[in-house]
Design a protein around this ligand. Structure first.
Ligand SMILES: NC(=O)c1ccc[n+]([C@@H]2O[C@H](COP(=O)([O-])OP(=O)(O)OC[C@H]3O[C@@H](n4cnc5c(N)ncnc54)[C@H](OP(=O)(O)O)[C@@H]3O)[C@@H](O)[C@H]2O)c1
Length: 259
């Protein structure tokens, strides 16, 4: 094995990826399985998860699908039960499920606000607690990777709830890192800039996206593959064993040019 292969080998790990039915989560599932982890794919659209399971298995990986709405506390616990039954304790959790909830602040209802918080932030707290309790009980080390956003540091028009929730994701990453370190559970985050997925494909297909792309120093939006190395780094104890509470920004320099 080369040093790189050894550093990023995830053999023996059990990963659970929320929001694995599209975009970044789909890619995360493929990458983690490719590195040797057994991967539990979770989201509401089970037919999409089944497609991804087929893709992973065709490439020689191991995956299992769990239908999950992350806004339900019992649902999260049940998903972990199913994961455990299939592969054993989840040692690697990727809190990826998210929605943008784009709306002007004056037009937003309480329910709109709550929905964005529930999916993007409350679910991160809930799933992380579930993962940590089970890891502690099993006496195993683990890694939790939260998918934040550069809007956890900056703001943008009509994305107030999203930006507040993602700022919360950056903060909960630090807070849980401090609390879970004594249990050998690391908590880190990735803060992507604009990456082409279903969450934004309509916008980037339109002419409206031109000025935004010109604002990005690298003059392009990212692709899900641009996050592969950050994911692999944070997933692997061998590669990032001394990292916890960190948020890796992957954005083509966008955060520093947002004004
Ligand atoms: N793309 C970007 O530019 C970008 C930038 C920064 C951060 N992010 C973050 O990256 C993450 C993934 O986004 P994406 O770009 O891949 O968007 P996407 O293609 O729209 O994927 C979002 C995923 O979240 C899942 N999801 C939504 N609500 C859910 C719920 N209640 N329960 C369970 N799963 C739910 C969806 O699955 P189901 O509909 O099947 O449930 C889907 O798999 C999000 O947290 C997003 O905020 C994205």
């Amino acid at each position: 094995m080369s040093l790189a292969e050894e550093l990023f080998d995830l053999d023996g790990q059990v990963a659970l990826v929320t929001g694995a039915s599209s975009g970044l989560g789909w890619r995360f599932g493929e990458v983690l399985a490719g590195q040797g982890a057994k991967v539990v794919l979770a989201a509401r659209r089970s037919e999409r998860l089944a497609q991804l399971q087929t893709v992973i298995e065709a490439a020689g990986g191991v995956a299992h699908c769990v239908e999950l709405d992350v806004t339900g506390k019992d649902a999260i616990s049940e998903a972990f039960d199913q994961a455990e039954k299939s592969f054993g304790t989840v040692t690697l959790l990727v809190n990826n499920a998210g929605i943008s909830g784009q709306k002007n602040a004056v037009d937003m209802s309480d329910a709109d606000w709550r929905r964005v918080m529930d999916v993007n932030l409350d679910a991160v707290w809930r799933a992380s607690q579930e993962a940590a309790r089970r890891l502690i009980k099993a006496g195993k080390p683990g890694s939790i990777i939260n998918i934040a956003s550069i809007l956890g540091f900056q703001v943008a028009q009509s994305l107030s709830a999203y930006a507040v929730a993602k700022a919360g994701v950056v903060q909960i990453t630090k807070a849980l890192a401090v609390e879970y370190a004594r249990h050998n559970i690391r908590v880190n985050a990735i803060a992507p800039g604009y990456i082409r997925t279903e969450i934004n494909e309509e916008f980037f297909a339109s002419e409206k996206s031109g000025p935004l792309v010109r604002q990005i120093p690298q003059r392009r939006i990212g692709s899900p593959e641009d996050l592969d190395a950050s994911l692999m780094l944070l997933a692997s104890e061998k590669a990032s064993g001394f990292m916890t509470g960190s948020t890796i920004v992957v954005d083509g320099g966008h955060m520093w040019s947002m004004g």
